[in-house]
Design a protein around this ligand. Structure first.
Ligand code: ZN
Ligand code: ZN
Ligand code: FE
Length: 748
């Protein structure tokens, strides 16, 4: 007989950890207890040495589905345990443990909801320990029913039995509920009797637009095969071209529109259940679902409510966030009725509150790995364990960038990256961002002494950081991109520098100009610019970001190529004067603007982009596998101390004169860029010592560019680091800022 104390750290609360330990202890005949506390789970155990060993081993081998164990420590104690094994109620105290992300409906709950003999048949809020809402309903810690938006719903006798029985799948499932005691769905206008969800499903089938209160906020839905309904939704939402996400009942329905490979199917059916971007060449859905694109974003039902809504539907539905243009997704019921009531024909709502607004995540499989493009529901706020060497860093907050904003807390060597919040230029989004920072600080008991930010003088996040009065560490935009890539790849703090290749839109450079196509020799602490794209004017500044023709004009002028592809109503003489005199035409070494210029040359979004990145996404969609095979080496670009695309513009002009198809030209552009970037890396390897390259920046969400650049760099002998769990775009900046600031503090 001996006594031991076992400490388990990680995501171990609210995921069924204590009952799993209880069941194992029963089987192994051990005595003692298990409890949640501020550090995670604490187990006191008495029994034979071999049985305690086995308990430890099995906890690690078969943890509950949503648990993530970071560390287990065991030590001997003299404290005697009472006989039997029991689960001790939670106690408060400073939180140092993790809040789990929201998890999609599990298979068992789905089966119960569809089973006419089950007591939760057709109940839209069924959940258990292995699935359901977490972050979206949490108001405080420790994670307990009383601190969630389920607090106003006292459990009925049957639910209480399930909640109190360690052998039950719903033991301490804080969000559990049933039709007798839990939240209820309601349909507005209230002209239907009976099952609100069934009535809503019928309305959806008949072509109506529905506002639906989902997990992390309201969504807007309509039949995706109904072009009129989709057009009505676009008009009402004031969103003319940005692609809509889709939801389908099951994989079979998705496969009618897109091929789904094994990795994509695994992502779709995972507890994270993101939107997965799938290839959809010649797809039968109306063009206005995703105008000009050859990918569709699909997800499966993430809650019982969604399952019930779609169960009878053989067709996919549009499921987009419930907001107008770029405002934050609506979570408040009164606001939804008022503002979405005019957009939607009906509103399907319910009385379970949303504590934290959270959007759907977006993932795409590229070059054999999942790439998170938008990290939100299902992923946030799962902690990212920083590589060895970061454990000693003090707590800090990194505030991220301006577009696709996220922030990141550093605590005990763990990086807690927030969910995608949106573009801070929108005032309501900026409010939400500040509110969310405060919410996370409370949830994670985080009070940083240091704050990390982008040095851009106009970024609202950076202004926010300066106003806190905390010790400020500024991290250059593209250095942060590289550091995010290093951190998620587990690169240790003292590893030698890599060549960071940052193919990006725009970021504030060290010299006060705009950068965006950079070759940086970098580790966590420092970065040195070895190479860049040749800077080209952005006539009109911010206007050039919205209007691709401006970039085309500037590039053609720089290349001394007679202009083409410029819409006839544009003030070219004025623009030329602006560029020549350097008036409101800042120079930028941006890869993103090069994409815009090339898209404009092919007549894509030349006049205006409907959303950020549209021109580049449509350019990518043009180049298919056949044209990539037929495109040869791609367009020539001169590589010296910078990448100079001027030779390309001559070749593009020749191709246009020859009547070359836009698809071939788009392919040549991508291949030429991948080749130029690789030549640059090879040339720089002669000047500085590195054997590893990190590929990052918003342009590397482009599958063709990522795939071809990675392959060529590997063929040239480099080890290549890429993004997978953190976005390559500005959504990953906060993680990089966090790592750089921590590394500098540890060095100091
Ligand atoms: Zn479940
Ligand atoms: Zn109940
Ligand atoms: Fe960026």
């Amino acid at each position: 007989m001996q006594q031991a104390e076992i400490r388990v750290r990680g995501r171990v609360q609210g995921v069924g950890f204590r009952p799993a330990v209880w069941r194992l202890a029963q089987q192994l005949g051990l005595h003692g207890d298990v409890r949640n506390d501020a550090d995670g789970v604490l187990i006191h155990v008495a029994g034979g040495d071999a049985a305690i060993d086995e308990l430890l081993e099995r906890i690690q081998r078969e943890p509950p589905p949503l648990a993530r164990i970071d560390r287990i420590e065991r030590r001997r104690t003299d404290a005697t345990c009472p006989s039997g094994f029991r689960i001790v109620e939670s106690i408060g105290g400073p939180a140092r443990t993790q809040i789990a992300p929201d998890a999609a409906l599990c298979a068992e709950c789905a089966r119960e909801v569809l089973d006419p003999d089950d007591r939760r048949h057709r109940y839209p809020f069924a959940t258990c320990t292995h699935c359901g809402p977490r972050l979206s309903i949490v108001r405080g810690v420790p994670y307990d029913r009383a601190t969630t938006t389920l607090a106003p719903f006292p459990l009925c006798a049957e639910c209480r039995c399930e909640y109190s029985d360690p052998a039950d799948r719903r033991f301490h499932a804080e969000a559990l509920a049933c039709a007798a005691c839990g939240p209820r769905a309601r349909l507005f206008p209230a002209d239907v009797a009976g099952d609100a969800v069934a009535a809503a499903a019928a309305l959806l089938q008949r072509g109506n637009i529905l506002a639906v209160k989902g997990l992390g906020g309201y969504q807007l839905a309509c039949d995706a095969t109904n072009a009129d309904a989709v057009a009505r939704l676009r008009a009402a939402k004031q969103r003319d071209r940005k692609p809509f996400a889709l939801m389908a009942r099951d994989l079979d329905v998705i496969r009618r529109y897109c091929p789904v490979d094994a990795m994509e199917a695994r992502l779709l059916t995972s507890p994270e259940a993101p939107i997965v971007l799938l290839r959809a060449d010649g797809c039968a859905l109306p063009e206005n679902v995703a105008p000009g694109l050859t990918t569709l974003g699909f997800m499966l039902p993430t809650t019982p409510l969604h399952l019930l809504l779609l169960h009878a539907m053989e067709r996919p539905v549009v499921m987009t966030s419930g907001n107008l243009t770029d405002a934050p997704q609506i979570i408040d019921d009164a606001e939804a009725l008022e503002r979405l009531g005019g957009v939607a024909d009906h509103v399907l709502t319910h009385d379970r509150g949303v504590a934290t607004r959270i959007d759907d995540s977006v993932v795409r499989v590229v070059a054999g790995a999942p790439r998170v493009l938008r990290r939100a529901r299902g992923y946030a706020p799962a902690a990212i364990t920083l590589p060895r060497g970061f454990a000693d860093a003090p707590d800090l907050l990194a505030v991220g960038g301006e577009l696709k904003a996220t922030f990141c807390l550093l605590k005990d060597g763990q990086a807690i990256l927030s969910q995608h919040i949106g573009d801070l230029e929108d005032a309501a989004t900026f409010d939400d961002y500040r509110h969310m920072i405060a919410h996370y600080a409370a949830l994670f008991d985080h009070s940083p002494a240091v704050i990390a930010a982008d040095p851009h003088p106009d970024y609202l996040a950076a202004k926010y950081a300066r106003e806190t009065g905390l010790k400020l560490i500024e991290v250059q935009h593209h250095h942060a991109h590289v550091a995010a890539c290093l951190a998620e790849n587990g690169r240790t703090i003292d590893a030698p520098p890599v060549l960071g290749i940052v193919l990006d839109g725009l970021g504030w450079g060290e010299d006060g100009t705009l950068w965006g196509g950079e070759f940086l020799l970098a580790d966590y602490r420092m970065s040195r610019r070895l190479g860049t794209f040749k800077p080209v004017a952005m006539p009109g500044g911010a206007a050039a970001v919205r209007e691709p023709w401006r970039n085309l004009y500037a590039h053609l002028l720089a290349a001394d190529v007679p202009s083409f592809g410029i819409p006839s109503d544009k003030p070219c003489t004025l623009i030329e004067t602006m560029i020549r005199n350097g008036v409101n035409a800042p120079l930028a070494s941006s890869c993103g603007r090069l994409f815009d210029a090339m898209a404009a040359a092919l007549g894509i979004c030349s006049d205006r982009q409907g959303y950020e990145g549209e021109a580049a996404m449509r350019l990518e969609a043009l180049a298919c596998e056949q044209t990539l095979r037929a495109a040869g080496d791609g367009y020539p670009m001169a590589v010296s101390h910078w990448i100079d695309p001027r030779p390309m513009w001559h070749a593009v002009a020749d191709d246009l004169a020859r009547g070359t198809s836009p698809a071939v030209m788009a392919a040549r552009f991508h291949l030429g860029l991948a080749a130029a970037v690789t030549s640059m890396a090879c040339a720089l390897a002669g000047q500085a010592h590195f054997d590893t390259v990190a590929l990052t920046g918003g342009c590397l969400q482009n599958a063709i560019l990522l795939e071809h650049t990675q392959r060529r760099l590997r063929e040239a002998g480099f080890a290549v680091l890429t993004h997978s769990i953190v976005p390559a775009n500005d959504g990953g900046l906060a993680l990089g800022q966090c790592a750089v600031a921590a590394a500098r503090l540890i060095a100091a």
